[in-house]
Design a protein around this ligand. Structure first.
Ligand SMILES: Nc1ncnc2c1ncn2[C@@H]1O[C@H](COP(=O)(O)OP(=O)(O)OP(=O)(O)O)[C@@H](O)[C@H]1O
Ligand SMILES: [Mg+2]
Length: 458
């Protein structure tokens, strides 16, 4: 049901508008002053507000302001008996849907109400589209707005419901395990098990029986039959981590499973079919391992059907802020801290750090900062000194410039080069995303566009 609120102290106006809107089937709530108008607004229980410019306790403009910040998709029509053109212009500029001078003709009111409701509906639809878009920027709880991450999400979504083997490569801490879990969650196997095996951590002899199981008496110590991880993962996903370090003998067995989907328990004479999706991960360069003769070429081609390379964090600095904020929200709840946001300089320091440990390192730094934080802001002092020092001393920082000889250049001209450098740096940090770059630089988007053009930055 459409909920319309009239904030107007004049009982006659209340009556007139109520009867007009009743004809249209709209119900109207009336509020005689600002305070009583704000209540339903804060509860989000209003679709449209008609507000007089002169309200006791404040004014229509103040109400408009409040609505804009708390419920931006609610439209406001301002009314006034003494309205001037300037008032009307100001109202529209501040985001009012319409402005009506009193006394008004019934048609005028109805037209304004219809239009404003249409605007409300459009704004809500936009909002929904936008949040649907935001969902696409995330994959399960993997965060990444960087273009390379977006491409990865697309691939993962495309293959999720198939049984295709997926290989995830990337440096340690870039999110390989997280992505493998997300792939399982997105797939139609999500109700089945997700079984993780760290192939690098097990000695060769154990690995085989761990993965494929064994029969009683297969070797000393095999006192009863054991089901392997492959069988345990039936109907779900098996995630084989650190496959880059496995032995040749193991690679041969793995190749067999991939080819025939058959496993052989250690010591058994028969084979068992398994229905599993296989996801593999490694932080080694497998291609190089193949060239070096450490990894079987035939296996490499088998597992490299769909491969995803997680970029290191230093190559997607635009994600640092989103990740840091995601971790902040998580750890503030976990450690019951008041910290809600980072100061600008703290974010800048995070964005500049080299992150050799990738997202895992950032996660640890944020957790530590949340624990150390005193108030509701995380400052640079809450970050490890080494991180800030290392970051600030990196090669991006401008060297202190020697005092130029001769007469100085006109200021505007002299500032061109450093301005260009700073803007380019911001664009690099934000992977070319101009909106974020503008935010980082503290200027609005149109100013940034203007400067890009002026300074010849593409
Ligand atoms: N894109 C991301 N969004 C949110 N959290 C992330 C993201 N990438 C990584 N993380 C978090 O960072 C930590 C490290 O990620 P993960 O364990 O998946 O890395 P990895 O590449 O598997 O590392 P390793 O090679 O050491 O196994 C985890 O706590 C994970 O939840
Ligand atoms: Mg991992």
């Amino acid at each position: 049901m459409t909920r319309i609120l009239l904030a107007d102290p004049d009982p006659r106006s209340q009556q007139d508008i109520a009867s007009l809107l009743a004809e249209r089937g709209y119900s109207l709530d009336a509020a005689p002053d600002l305070a009583s108008a704000l209540e339903p607004v804060r509860e989000g229980a209003v679709d449209l507000i008609l507000a007089d410019l002169s309200l006791p306790g404040g004014g229509g403009m103040e109400l408009l302001h409040e609505v804009q910040s708390s419920n931006p998709d609610t439209s406001v029509v301002l009314l006034s008996a003494f309205g001037s053109v300037q008032d009307a212009v100001k109202a529209m500029r501040n985001g009012a849907a319409d402005f009506l001078g009193k006394p008004f003709a019934p048609d005028q009111v109805l037209l304004a109400v219809d239009r404003a409701l249409e605007k409300t509906a459009l704004q809500r639809e936009n909002q929904q589209l936008k949040s649907a878009l935001d969902d696409r920027l995330r994959l399960d709880n993997v965060i990444g707005t960087d273009l390379r991450m977006q491409a990865i999400f697309k691939t993962v979504q495309a293959v999720a419901d198939t049984r295709t083997t997926v290989l995830v490569t990337g440096e340690s801490g870039t999110g390989k395990t997280l992505l493998a879990r997300a792939l399982h969650q997105l797939s139609d196997r999500r109700a089945g098990p997700f079984v993780e095996v760290n192939c690098g951590a097990l000695p060769e002899s154990l690995l085989e029986s761990e993965l494929f199981g064994h029969v009683k008496g297969a070797f000393t110590g095999a006192v009863r039959d054991k089901v392997g991880k492959f069988e345990a993962a039936a109907g779900g996903t098996i995630f084989l981590d650190e496959i880059g370090t496995s032995s040749h003998a193991f690679q041969v067995k793995l190749l067999r499973v991939l080819q025939d989907r058959l496993i052989e328990r250690v010591g058994a004479t028969d084979t068992v079919p398994v229905d599993v999706r296989i996801v593999l991960a490694t932080n080694k360069d497998l291609e190089r391992a193949v060239h070096a003769g450490e990894f079987r070429e035939d296996l490499y081609y088998r597992i490299n059907v769909v491969s995803v390379e997680m970029p290191p964090l230093r190559e997607r600095r635009a994600d640092v802020q989103a990740l840091a904020e995601h971790f902040l929200q998580r750890f503030r709840a976990e450690h019951s801290r008041a910290a809600r946001r980072f100061t600008d300089s703290a974010i800048a320091a995070l964005m500049r750090a080299p992150w050799p440990g990738n997202v895992r390192q950032l996660e640890n730094v944020v957790e530590r900062a949340v624990v150390l934080s005193q108030g509701d802001e995380i400052t640079q002092a809450d970050l490890p000194a080494a991180l800030c020092n290392g970051a600030l001393a990196d090669s991006d920082s401008p060297a202190p410039e020697a005092a130029p000889k001769g007469p100085p250049l006109p200021l505007k001209q002299a500032l061109r080069a450093p301005e260009k450098r700073i803007i380019e740096q911001a664009l690099t940090w934000c992977s070319g995303n101009r909106e974020r770059a503008a935010e980082l630089l503290g200027i609005n988007r149109s100013t940034l566009f203007h400067k890009l053009k002026k300074l010849g930055i593409r």
